[in-house]
Design a protein around this ligand. Structure first.
Ligand code: XMP
Length: 510
């Protein structure tokens, strides 16, 4: 099935992603393109519409990001948002100025002219503003359709050329009716149909996988996380028995996780699953290692060795599934962040393996991946599971990793997860887990003096793990965690709460 495609031209990454997600929530496929992409290339994608995103620049600074103004006569409908709106005004002969009023935050918008974008909406509504420059004169041919108490030009349009511009941000949740404004643009101006639905996403992915793979064999590494699980389920739906899943059980998983993988893939989906029980090899590699980077290296190397051995049995497999997501694709190439920890994806593989990649999630945002997972019938526990680091519980055990200490942490962690779910806050948290320390402290239980490990409760809220805030968990939940962990987990006599944000802390302890 062919989908309408609405391009979002990126003038400042965080805005563009949110716009594309909102467009997709309106069931229209949307792709983000860099502003440096030549117009001819954008048009070659046959977009149903083009949205110019907001961004942090001012149109007045030398070298301010711009776009080929032939766009406005291309016949493709255009919507400019914030910076995008100012760019349209400036390029088409209007005027943008740094007035002495800036607008930040919730503002009341007054619709002053009839506009398809505001059809059916009240003439006054709350919108979210974030700008220092303002459009002070509309270009010839444009009509002003909305104002605020601060700026006389908050929305403008040239219906002839189908060029629309809004100073406010329809994509943010604070703009209460913003999604309706976007829908008017998508459906009424661009003529898009709402066909980007879960069912059609799955159908399209299945078709693409089939045409890529033909009748060749495919292998897929499962990690227990949502991405590899959804990727595997999609590929299985597409090519059934041609798929073999490999689950390298490092022994560093959370309680019940490897059973869940077995249950779901072997029993429910009837996937050919190779469950490699390699806990001993990982423990051996970790023996005596207490430096965090050394741990990661030991785990990464062991993983590669184990996977290579298993893969040798699948000489005839030509394809390898990877759960790469759309944000990875958008960000790769532009990402230049300092390496704070050497990330290792268990489930990821050596670069020199001679497989062709199948990446069925490469067009999807995380929330779409979850929705596809639900559509395919994966269990809620997998679909909604919080992220888990590739090196597993090993980076949540400060100091050396031994079977005894792993067991202590696994039990404590299971209690943390169980109680957080019971309190109904699991879905609000980016991650929540237990950490085991290497020190011991004195306590008293019954009449006995104890000398045992403390467990740290770590819970954070975040959008993308780049920054995070410690979660304000309810006190009765904390009380319950403390008393249950100490009562039920032998070897623990103290529970503490981590109240460090990121930065300066990281989410994991190692
Ligand atoms: P930090 O601890 O750096 O973690 O704030 C940010 C996010 O990344 C996860 N994480 C990892 N994920 N392999 C992974 O696949 C790794 O080696 C790894 N280390 C940290 C962490 O759980 C958090 O979500």
């Amino acid at each position: 099935m062919a989908f309408d495609n609405v391009l979002v031209v990126d003038f400042g990454a965080q805005y563009a992603q949110l716009i594309a997600r909102r467009v997709r929530e309106a069931h229209v496929y949307s792709e983000i393109v860099p502003r440096t992409m030549p117009l001819s290339e954008m048009l070659a994608r046959k977009p149903a519409g083009i949205i110019l995103s907001g961004g942090p620049a001012s149109v007045h600074v030398p070298g301010a990001p711009s776009i080929d103004d032939a766009l406005y006569d291309s016949g493709v409908p255009v919507l400019g948002i914030c910076y995008g709106a100012q760019l349209i005004a400036q390029q088409l002969g209007g005027e943008v100025a740094r007035t002495d009023v800036a607008e930040y935050g919730r503002t009341s918008l007054e619709v002053t002219g009839s506009s398809g974008l505001f059809a059916g909406l009240p003439s006054e509504q709350d919108v979210w503003m974030s700008h220092a420059d303002s459009i002070v004169r509309a270009p010839t041919g444009f009509r002003v359709t909305a104002r605020t108490g601060v700026v006389p030009i908050a929305a403008l349009e040239d219906v002839e050329r189908a060029v629309y511009a809004v100073q406010f941000h329809p994509e943010v949740a604070h703009t209460a009716r913003g999604q309706e404004v976007l829908k008017h643009f998508l459906y009424d101006v661009c003529g898009c149909l709402p066909r980007w639905t879960m069912t059609s996403i799955v159908e399209q992915a299945v078709e693409l996988i089939r045409s890529q793979v033909g009748d060749e064999k495919v292998i897929c590494g499962l990690s227990g996380g949502v991405d590899s699980a959804v990727a595997a389920a999609l590929v299985h739906k597409a090519v059934g028995d041609q798929l073999t899943c490999v689950f390298v059980d490092t022994g560093l998983m959370r309680a019940g996780e490897s059973e869940q993988v077995e249950d779901t893939f072997r029993r429910q989906f009837k996937v050919d699953l190779v469950h490699v029980k390699a806990a001993d090899r990982f423990l051996e590699a970790l023996d005596g290692v207490d430096d965090p980077e050394q741990k990661r290296k030991a785990i990464g190397n062991t993983f590669i060795r184990v996977f290579e051995e298993v893969a040798a049995d699948f000489e005839d497999a030509r394809f390898l599934v990877q759960g790469t997501l759309y944000p990875d694709i958008i960000e790769s190439g532009t990402k230049d962040a300092a390496r704070i920890k050497s990330h290792h994806n268990v489930g990821g593989l050596p670069d020199d393996m001679q497989f062709e990649l199948v990446e069925p999630l490469r067009n999807l945002f995380k929330d779409e991946v979850r929705a596809v997972g639900e559509e395919l019938g994966l269990p809620e526990e997998i679909v909604w599971r919080q992220p888990f680091p590739g090196p597993g519980l090993a980076v949540r055990i400060v100091g050396t990793v031994t079977p005894e200490r792993l067991e202590i942490l696994r039990q404590a962690d299971a209690i943390v997860i169980e109680e957080i779910k019971r309190a109904g806050v699991y879905a609000e948290l980016w991650q929540s887990f237990a950490v085991l320390l290497a020190i011991r402290t004195v306590g008293v239980m019954g009449d006995e003096r104890t000398y045992a490990y403390p467990v740290i409760v770590r819970a954070v809220v975040s959008d993308d793990a780049m920054t995070a805030d410690w979660a304000r968990l309810p006190h009765d939940l904390l009380e319950c965690l403390s008393s249950r962990i100490i009562a039920e987990v032998p070897g623990v006599n103290r529970v503490a709460l981590d109240i460090t944000s990121k930065p300066p802390g990281t989410i994991e302890w190692e």
